[in-house]
Ligand binder design. Structure first.
Ligand code: NDP
Length: 489
């Protein structure tokens, strides 16, 4: 274990509670030594492979296929055949049955998926168990409900599927992002080729087993694993739609590549969300919201509340309560049911976080990390808060995608708004106040796709999610998300 260097703290850490280890049994997950590509309902032997690891201890978990452009082309061809040979013309009520089955199997196998997600991605088991997996199942249930009601969802229009959807997802919510992408695509009558992130392919590969159990017709969903080259090959293939979630940089490259082509595109990119606390807010509740906003999933969340704006009159109080609360966060083994903050997803991501944190210290912000012990092996970063942050600092401008919060202050609602909107991103925001009128005033003016009021990081399949400007375009969830997988005659 490594002790996190003690940082100057105005508030002593609270007397710690000792928790006995509460490890989740990992033997519910049976890993294969090697995984191929799931194409046309079959496992294809890979030509090239790489090793996927557990970021918590760098233990190798399995050999994964690195799909070549030819293999991606085979997957797209299989999806095309499945689209034309029946899936697109299947009655909606039949498609719904498959989606319901998938949802139910995900629920039945939820513990297995939760353990696998934490093993491969580093997130605490209580998050994968209570958030990722149930929400993934909920997305399939929700979209099963729409599959035979598309004409009611879009009255006076004749909704038709697009064809083959190429879907590229990131590593922060591997199974949940898969559900966000696959459920609406299938409900609308499309077929799919999905590429999971290089570092977190395992839950998508286990999902292939769910597809077989649900007896989904071959080729309706195809999974191709690999790094960014596989993603680029998918973008370059004859698909009808690309749905991408990931970095703004790659999103822009995809948009450039598809310019002028008849391919529908949705991009869900990064964010630098403002979480705004007014002096009349319930401060203890707000502190819980701050913690949930930035330390949930180690801050690997596109809508993380990474810029905290606190009204000056309560700033000292809020920061002191926050530091106390941070002292109670348990950092460590993702498979321990008591863990609050797990492992950073990969070595490059850890380097990125370290580099941005160093820039914050160099630029003059005050850092605080609660004393905690980090495991020696694996990728770890202590929950961190910066105070005395200027808006121009990189930590207030750039997406860190780690457990690092920047605190800024404001005096009036107008100042809060101006500072909150001072970002090239526009994905999400939070407002904490007792006054309903102020919530509405802020929500109308905040330039963000989602605004949470007196809560943070709440998701529901019926609620559209997506951003503006550098955060991308298009919505996922709700009828808006469904529309992105349809054309209208
Ligand atoms: P990327 O944008 O590189 O990864 C997202 C997905 O795109 C992955 O499946 C990736 O594959 C794939 N990909 C990579 N390059 C290409 C390409 N040229 N064409 C098509 N697909 C491609 O994000 P990173 O994993 O590199 O993370 C970098 C930063 O991005 C993070 O630090 C964070 O700031 C931000 N990010 C934002 C996310 C969000 O939800 N908005 C999610 C993830 C990251 P592979 O995994 O093999 O690289």
């Amino acid at each position: 274990m490594t002790d996190v260097e003690k940082r100057p703290a105005s508030v002593p850490a609270p007397a710690g509670w000792d928790y006995a280890p509460a490890p989740e049994a990992r033997d519910i997950v049976q890993l294969r030594e090697r995984y191929g590509l799931f194409v046309g309902g079959q496992w294809l032997e890979p030509k090239e492979t790489y090793t996927t690891i557990s970021p918590a201890n760098e233990e190798p978990l399995a050999e994964i296929a690195q799909a070549t452009p030819e293999e991606v082309a085979d997957a797209v061809a299989a999806a095309r055949v499945a689209f034309e040979d029946g899936w697109s013309s299947l009655p909606g009520s039949e498609r719904a049955k498959y989606l319901f089955r998938i949802a139910r199997i995900l629920q039945e196998r939820s513990r297995e998926f939760a353990v696998l997600e934490s093993l491969n991605g580093g997130k605490p088991i209580k998050e994968s168990r209570d958030v990722d997996v149930p929400l993934a199942a909920a997305h399939f249930f929700y979209h099963a409900g729409w599959a035979d009601k598309l004409e009611y969802a879009f009255p006076n229009r004749r909704p038709k599927p697009l064809g083959v959807a190429g879907q590229i997802i990131p590593w922060n919510f591997p199974l949940l992002m898969l559900a966000w992408k696959i459920a609406p695509a299938l409900a609308a009558g499309n077929t799919v080729v999905l590429k999971p992130a290089e570092t977190t392919p395992l839950s998508a590969l286990l999902f292939c087993d769910v597809l077989r159990q649900a007896e989904l017709p071959p080729g309706v969903v195809n999974i191709v694993t690999g790094d960014g080259r596989t993603g680029a090959a998918l973008v370059d293939s004859p698909v009808d739609k690309i749905a991408f979630t990931g970095s703004t940089e790659v999103g822009k490259a995809i948009q450039r590549h598809l310019a002028g082509k008849q391919v529908k595109l949705t991009l869900e990119l990064g964010g630098k969300a403002a979480n705004v606390i007014f002096d009349d807010a319930a401060l203890d509740q707000a502190v819980e919201g701050i913690v949930n906003g930035i330390y949930f999933n180690q801050g690997h969340v596109c809508c993380a509340g990474s810029r905290l704006f606190v009204q000056e009159s309560v700033a000292e109080d809020v920061v002191s309560k926050l530091k106390r609360r941070m002292g109670t966060l348990r950092v460590g083994d993702p498979l321990d049911k008591n863990t609050d903050v797990g492992a950073i997803n990969s070595a490059p991501q850890l380097e990125k976080i370290k580099e941005l944190v160093a820039s914050g210290e160099e630029e003059g912000a005050q850092i605080y990390q609660p004393p905690c012990r980090l495991p020696e092996r694996g990728y770890w970063f202590a929950p961190t808060v910066f105070t005395e942050v200027a808006q121009s600092y990189r930590i207030a401008q750039e997406e860190i995608f780690g457990p690092v919060l920047s605190v800024l202050t404001f005096r009036t609602p107008e100042e809060a708004l101006e500072k909150a909107n001072n970002t090239p991103y526009g994905l999400s925001a939070g407002v904490w106040t007792e006054k309903g009128s102020r919530i509405l005033w802020m929500a109308e003016r905040l330039r963000a796709g989602v605004v949470w009021a007196n809560t943070y990081n709440r998701f529901d399949p019926a609620s559209p999610f997506g951003g503006y400007r550098e955060s991308g375009f298009g919505r996922e969830g709700g009828r808006h998300g469904l529309e992105a997988y349809m054309r209208f005659e």
